[in-house]
Design a protein around this ligand. Structure first.
Ligand SMILES: [Zn+2]
Length: 88
């Protein structure tokens, strides 16, 4: 049997880490850290305080909804990193 050449190169590693899967008391979440380059203010559901623009924080959305689907975008929440870590 002739040796097969692997024509396809290995997939390049992603530049940014993929979202993490996290289990909380209210279900499965996909979580990603963002640098917060947005010009929008977000209110953290954990402490009800605004997240300062440009501050790295956590974006979380329900895992059962496909990324970038309208439902997922509607349900995305921006959390302070520390508040998300405290969430159960
Ligand atoms: Zn917070």
């Amino acid at each position: 049997m002739p040796r097969r050449r692997v024509a396809r190169p290995a997939p390049a590693p992603l530049r940014s880490p993929p979202e993490q899967h996290e289990h909380k008391a209210d279900g499965e979440w996909l979580v990603r850290t963002t640098r917060g380059s947005s010009t929008k203010d977000y209110r953290c559901p954990g402490c009800a305080q605004l997240i300062a623009r440009g501050r790295a924080h956590v974006v979380a959305w329900p895992a059962e909804k496909a990324l970038l689907s309208e439902a997922a975008i509607d349900d995305r929440r921006h959390w302070h990193t520390a508040c998300w870590a405290r969430k159960h």
